[in-house]
Design a protein around this ligand. Sequence first.
Ligand SMILES: CCCCC/C=C/C(=O)SCCNC(=O)CCNC(=O)[C@H](O)C(C)(C)COP(=O)(O)OP(=O)(O)OC[C@H]1O[C@@H](n2cnc3c(N)ncnc32)[C@H](O)[C@@H]1OP(=O)(O)O
Ligand SMILES: NC(=O)C1=CN([C@@H]2O[C@H](COP(=O)(O)OP(=O)(O)OC[C@H]3O[C@@H](n4cnc5c(N)ncnc54)[C@H](OP(=O)(O)O)[C@@H]3O)[C@@H](O)[C@H]2O)C=CC1
Length: 281
Amino acid sequence: MGSNSVRREGDSLMVGLGETPPSTDLFAEDLFADRVVLVTGGGTGIGKAVALAFADHGADVAVVSRNMDHLTPVVEEIESRGGRAYATTVDVREYESVDTMTETVVEEFGGIDVLVNNAGANFLTPTELLTPNGWRAVVGTILDGTAYCTLSVGEHMIENDGGAIVSMGATNSVQGAPYHAHSGAGKAGVHNLMQTVASEWAVHDIRANTIAPGIIETEGVTEAAGGELPEEILQDIPAERFGTPADCVPTVLFLTSPAAAYVTGGYFAVDGGQLLASSPF
Ligand SMILES: CCCCC/C=C/C(=O)SCCNC(=O)CCNC(=O)[C@H](O)C(C)(C)COP(=O)(O)OP(=O)(O)OC[C@H]1O[C@@H](n2cnc3c(N)ncnc32)[C@H](O)[C@@H]1OP(=O)(O)O
Ligand SMILES: NC(=O)C1=CN([C@@H]2O[C@H](COP(=O)(O)OP(=O)(O)OC[C@H]3O[C@@H](n4cnc5c(N)ncnc54)[C@H](OP(=O)(O)O)[C@@H]3O)[C@@H](O)[C@H]2O)C=CC1
């Protein structure tokens, strides 16, 4: 068995920098029983993997995004596994649309305990070619969208028994990098917003954290990168592979579970070591 794989010896699960095991191998089956989880952008990529995993651990799951064609298969998949799921459309860039989403989900499931701000958008462009509309398309989705969902669902959480919020940041928020002006600035704002929310809303029993995926192979990032992910990037990733949506799942589940009761305002890279500096020698 290669060094980059999960090894089981007897009953113990030994994990290095290999494949992330399915969440059902790692967390209790009923970890999120009686909990309601809302995942924005839950019909594709990372959001889809996260939504399915929450359902596998007993949550009622609402998936929302602009396109019902992305959402319906996830609802069907969850229901076919015996779970409860619900989908509604939303454009996270529009506050009214977001507020309607919150009301609809609360009406359907009776509350919202966990919010995963996952809806996102990106493309790579030299800054001098970035138009105001291009900036708005990306920053409007990742920063306004995260803020609107946090404000709307947060109001509900404050009025009820608190909750947990996780937002998808990105490793490009840590320092400026070519072609990421809109995405990097927006994702930096996401982390800063989560820190502020964490500090203000602890009193309401609400925790808020940021997960920063590195490069996770999804159709979305491939499109954002212009059609393919250049293999040369792997030279800067100590894990020597791109991530998968499954790599992001356990961190989301951990941060929104009671295991993270004392964890708030944090920034958690899921990047195979991509943020580590490469050797100058
Ligand atoms: C590579 C490592 C990245 C790590 C960090 C983050 C990663 C991620 O977020 S990954 C995945 C997220 N998923 C996606 O990005 C999905 C695929 N992307 C898109 O759908 C588009 O890029 C979109 C976000 C712009 C689509 O939004 P939409 O509202 O449909 O936008 P429009 O097509 O109407 O365009 C608005 C505006 O943006 C300009 N624009 C769009 N694409 C590009 C591009 N590739 N390069 C330059 N400019 C672009 C477009 O021209 C419009 O501006 P105006 O022409 O001035 O009207
Ligand atoms: N993959 C990667 O390498 C990385 C991803 N991330 C972040 O992780 C998250 C998921 O990315 P990934 O799974 O790769 O990408 P996807 O493109 O698969 O996911 C983005 C999701 O957001 C939804 N969405 C986009 N715009 C809106 C909007 N205005 N309103 C509501 N929903 C919207 C899309 O659904 P629909 O089209 O139906 O609206 C889609 O389901 C994003 O926040 C992304 O920025 C961060 C770093 C790296």
